[in-house]
Design a protein around this ligand. Structure first.
Ligand code: NAP
Length: 285
């Protein structure tokens, strides 16, 4: 039976580290840390995420600045706000909550955020830096996954790592981070053949598909570390992952639950990136 990886506990430890360093830098250097969170429209899930980010800011001692804009906001208006925030010295990190309404080009907005304040690490400059292993910020979800794997004491070097999903925000950067830790990495996607066979070879399996209970216990190697990034809302309102937990936990050595696994890590890593941004902008790093 697998040990459960407690994402709430690991994320609390990351936030405690950030809070401690934030308090120390405020006292010793007068550093204040600020995160701007921009939300456009009334997507209820986005509203929950933004509220959670604001709460996390308060908990670690950051100032948060919320900009809640009407659904009808134009791309030009949003670009103007991003440019104002790029120049605002109180703001160390800028987060534009995705998805944006269909009439706004997300790429144009991401590209407008100053790479130094791009705490989501979505800007092409930061993506490129991850490719060459010379980065300031790591994308929050893959970075959280790395921290969870680390918490199990697993050495990634030489391990067969399989990432299912190749999105720009999870799958692709996840594969790069595992590669940088000397894993032998395979990326799978919707056109992959023999998915079960490939999964059965995985010492470390990271699943980021967005399909409830898609990966079942019979696809998991005995003793594998299984990280479930998926967040799917069932008809009964419950959240569940991409991995069928009950069958998978019988085979894995470590497994993340949903909720309470990867989810809490994403916000903790956002706090860490924002502190890094503030230190860099103050010439402290
Ligand atoms: P996405 O952009 O929709 O990408 C999904 C990926 O899964 C795609 O690469 C797709 O392949 C692949 N895929 C789809 N069906 C497949 C199949 N049958 N077999 C193999 N691969 C398949 O999603 P995402 O943004 O990466 O998110 C993935 C999941 O993680 C979602 O449930 C999302 O809610 C969750 N998530 C959670 C967090 C968190 O904080 N916990 C953060 C981000 C995302 P193709 O490229 O071929 O289409």
């Amino acid at each position: 039976m697998a040990q459960i990886i407690d994402g709430k506990a690991v994320s609390a430890a990351v936030k405690a580290e950030v809070a401690e360093e934030t308090a120390r830098l405020r006292e010793e250097k007068g550093l204040k840390v600020g995160l701007a969170v921009v939300i456009v429209g009334n997507n209820p899930a986005s509203r929950v995420y933004v509220n959670n980010k604001k709460k996390a800011c308060e908990a670690v001692g950051f100032q948060s600045y919320e900009y809640a804009l009407e659904e009808s906001t134009t791309q030009e208006q949003l670009l103007d706000l991003v440019n104002v925030l790029n120049r605002d010295s109180r703001v160390n990190g800028i987060l534009v909550q995705l998805p944006l309404p269909g009439h706004i080009d997300e790429k144009a907005i991401i590209n407008a955020i100053s790479p130094d304040k791009d705490v989501d690490a979505f800007h092409p400059i930061n993506v490129g830096r991850i490719m060459i292993g010379d980065y300031s910020f790591l994308p929050c979800t893959p970075a959280g996954v790395m921290r969870l794997i680390e918490s199990t004491g697993t050495d990634i070097t030489g391990k067969q790592c399989v990432v299912i999903g190749r999105s720009n925000i999870v799958g692709k950067p996840q594969a790069m981070l595992l590669l940088q830790k000397n894993g032998t990495v395979t990326i799978c996607h919707s056109k992959t053949k023999n998915l079960k066979e490939i999964c059965l070879g995985a010492d470390i399996l990271v699943v980021a598909i967005g399909r409830a209970n898609f990966i079942t216990g019979d696809m998991i190697k005995e003793g594998a570390v299984v990280i479930d990034v998926g967040m799917n809302r069932l008809d009964n309102g419950k959240l569940c992952g991409d991995v069928e937990f009950e069958s998978a936990e019988k085979r894995a050595s470590f497994i993340t639950p949903v909720p309470g696994g990867v989810g809490p890590m994403t916000i903790a890593m956002l706090m860490k990136n924002t502190l890094t941004a503030a230190k860099q902008q103050a010439g402290l790093e």
